[in-house]
Ligand binder design. Sequence first.
Ligand code: GDP
Ligand code: IMO
Ligand code: MG
Length: 431
Amino acid sequence: MTATVVIGSQWGDEGKGKIIDFLGQSADVTVRYSGGDNAGHSLVVNDQKLALRLIPSGILAPNSICIIGNGTVINPATLLDEIKELNGVGVNIDHLKISDRAHIVFPYHILQDQQQERDRSKNGEKIGTTNKGIGPAYMDKMQRIGIRAIDLLDNETLEEKIAFNLEQKKRILDEDLWNQLPSLKELTAQYIEYGEILKDYITDTSYLIHTNLNDNKRVLFEGAQGTMLDIDHGTYPFVTSSNPTAGGAATGAGIGVTKIKHVIGVCKSYVSRVGEGPFPTEQINEVGDRIREIAHEYGTVTKRPRRIGWFDGVLMKYVSEVNGLTDLVVNCLDVLSGFKELKICTGYQTDHGVIKYYPASEKELKNSTPIYETLPGWDEDLTQMTTYEELPANAKNYLKKIEEITGVPVSAFSIGPDREQTIVLNDMWSD
Ligand code: GDP
Ligand code: IMO
Ligand code: MG
């Protein structure tokens, strides 16, 4: 029995999809445990590129079971588009399962998301959400009025539940947004149809995961977003509305924390962020522009340019503790080739000294100045390398520095978007 959790250790888009596809080749089960179609996970296999939103990135492993867990929020329209796209490129999704406890996103959630962003913009405080209705769907879950996958299978009560929700939303939504909603009848018919199409996939996935763990199978848990977007541990309020951290795997999939053997933090060799919010090591200059262009740093979901910054050791130390990381995977090492010097942030200077904790206060974070250590860069193209030994000495030193700062071993690193461009240093399935 091995349960391995993969989490994002920055602000999302660290390359989790690529690593989950890679590790998924040797997994029996892959489980998405949080978030919704705000996620965009890219995988590249034999020059074929896929961007997955809800379906676990282990879907390309033909014999593994892929689960969308109870901790997620599912927009059925996106899911069906994704299924169609996968079928179109010959990927079979018979091995997909959807938790009967997962919550469902409705059009009113998306309108509510728009309204909240519109309101916040008036004070110059918008979050820059993906506008997929994720926050409002989780709000309804917490408010105990959410509609779950199991409800799509009960036509008698579905209409009642939607009617109740529409009453609530009418009180909340501005008239122009409310007027964009389909009628109760239309909405119910649409979601009954989704239920019809998805009914064979909907099941008690927690039970399925336990059965597999008890049968000594390898189960891989796929985080979405990243630790710094976590509702509790991220840069609140500029976060998402779920727990992408490792603890979220236990609640979002329905397993005990004691089952988890490895917690793998995926990071880039630098940092990126989309949306608003603090970002101490951000480089709004030629360094940021250069990395953005080399690495095509534009959002998978929203196509927004990603903000870019130097590797942040303070953040990574915090993230390693919040998640209990056992392994690190460093992606995009190839992107740093050609820089004469590289910088890594090793401390935050504030008006009350160098701080040892990650500030909860937005103000304190804004007033934190990164303290950088400068490391020599390298010129060599890394993209064709197949072993650690081939790396230039300065690239090895860069990885060593990351290990030293975080206290977590680099168990793999990546030198290009393709599955094959992954170099493994430690077994991430060991007991
Ligand atoms: P995710 O949301 O964490 O799965 O990450 P995204 O897929 O949104 O963004 C990561 C981007 O980096 C994708 O375009 C990947 O193809 C790309 N990528 C991942 N690993 C590497 C790497 O080692 N080198 C380069 N150049 N690109 C990478
Ligand atoms: P993956 O899984 C990067 C960001 C949004 C916004 C904030 C809240 O691909 O790493 P939301 O729509 O969730 O309410 O938006 O979170 N965000 C992401 N940023 N990668 C993601 O997912 C993200 N999912 C949400 O840009 O700042
Ligand atoms: Mg992404």
